[in-house]
Ligand binder design. Structure first.
Ligand code: CP3
Length: 341
């Protein structure tokens, strides 16, 4: 098995530096589009054979050093009692948006193996099919990020409803966060039991908060999750998108690896994280549009900065965009491996 990803998670410097990309299974790949043409996104998530097949595509086609389970962070919200759909051009829609105690009362805790069985079936298929190749990453949304979708009813620009509740109905906000946190602990534990070899907590919207509000409204819940699953012994990655102003707080989350978006360069981030931190990141996905020679320079720069960390896992600063040519993604992975050998 190619252990470079797991070794780096544990703080070992590796040659080459391991690389995987967020959204590495996705619409930029014609092979994904072919399956997506026959099934909608949620059906793909809920059909273990299809979810496993698209999870493996970037491993087979691109040579990444880790696979990430194909699913979505919003899947557990549906199991908790909401409606969930993905609408073309609009993104995810959650019904009802939960903004009152009445709406909260429709939510319930979840027995993951019973109510989200397809995720664990997918993991079990993947562990078999991946044997002796690369490790499998499981994941969940961080409680604050899930709460934004639950309370806004979908994607948002201003996040007014979630912030309004946090400031004007703190008891309701806390009840929602406690429930999401409890479900997420069970959900990640079940993923690890099914065979996930590392987990990533995605906090895509934690970065919209001030430091004080991130600490009280997001970090305490993320920390509760890391504390609860640490004993299971798999590496835990915390990725807070747009979190450059929060890194010293993020460092105290209890995660083993810290994901960085592209806005904060690694050298600057390490001042707040400390040089004994293991980091993951952080190429701007749009830099994949650069011509080869300039892409090589930008990758070399990130690899050089990563040497100052305890260990470095290469990734993008956010997901691969559907517009990016797949051959550029493959080229970047080859360059990363070649320059860090
Ligand atoms: O990274 C991977 O390859 C694993 C699979 C994965 C998906 N979503 C597949 C997906 C993971 C880890 C996610 C996480 C996720 N989902 C996040 C956190 C990471 C981030 O991007 O910030 C968030 C915020 C979501 C919620 C979500 N899912 C939105 C807002 C959308 C619509 C936007 C879009 O790109 O269409 C999705 C849909 C989604 N999730 C797709 C994929 C491949 C596109 C579905 C399609 O084929 O139409």
């Amino acid at each position: 098995m190619n252990e470079n990803f797991l070794r780096a998670c544990r703080g070992e410097k590796t040659q080459p530096v391991p690389v995987w990309f967020m959204r590495q299974a996705g619409r930029y790949l014609p092979e994904y589009q072919q399956i997506r043409g026959k099934a909608d996104f949620l059906t793909m998530c809920k059909t273990p054979e299809l979810a496993a097949e698209v999870t493996l595509q970037p491993v087979d086609l691109l040579g990444v050093d880790a696979a990430i389970l194909f699913s979505d962070i919003l899947v557990p919200l549906e199991a908790m009692g909401t409606g969930l759909s993905f609408q073309e051009g609009r993104g995810p829609v959650i019904t009802p948006a939960v903004r009152s105690w009445d709406e909260f009362s429709i939510l319930h805790s979840v027995d993951p193996e019973k109510e989200i069985p397809f995720v664990f079936d997918t993991i079990r298929i993947l562990r078999k099919e991946l044997s002796n190749r690369v490790p499998l990453i499981g994941f969940a949304g961080a409680p604050f990020t899930l709460a934004t979708y639950l309370i806004e009813g979908g994607s948002s620009k201003s996040f007014i409803n979630v912030k309004k509740m946090f400031f004007s109905q703190p008891d309701l906000f806390r009840a929602i966060m406690d429930l999401i946190t409890e479900v997420t602990i069970k959900y990640l534990s079940a993923q690890i039991e099914a065979g996930a070899q590392a987990i990533q907590l995605f906090d895509t919207w934690g970065g919209i908060l001030t430091r004080q509000d991130f600490r009280d409204g997001a970090l305490v819940y993320a920390r509760r999750i890391f504390n609860a699953i640490r004993d299971r012994g798999v590496p835990m990655i915390y990725f807070v998108y747009n979190g450059g102003h929060l890194l010293d707080l993020i460092r105290r989350s209890g995660a083993d690896v810290f994901g960085l978006d592209w806005r904060t360069d690694i050298a600057t981030a390490l001042k707040d994280l400390g040089s004994d931190a293991v980091i993951q990141g952080n190429l701007d996905p749009c830099l994949l549009f650069l011509p080869e020679e300039r892409l090589r320079e930008r990758i070399a720069d990130i690899l050089a900065q990563g040497l100052a960390a305890k260990a470095h896992i290469f990734n993008l600063g956010h997901g691969v965009l559907p517009e990016i040519p797949p051959e550029k993604v493959k080229l970047a992975i080859n360059i990363i491996h070649e320059l860090s050998l």
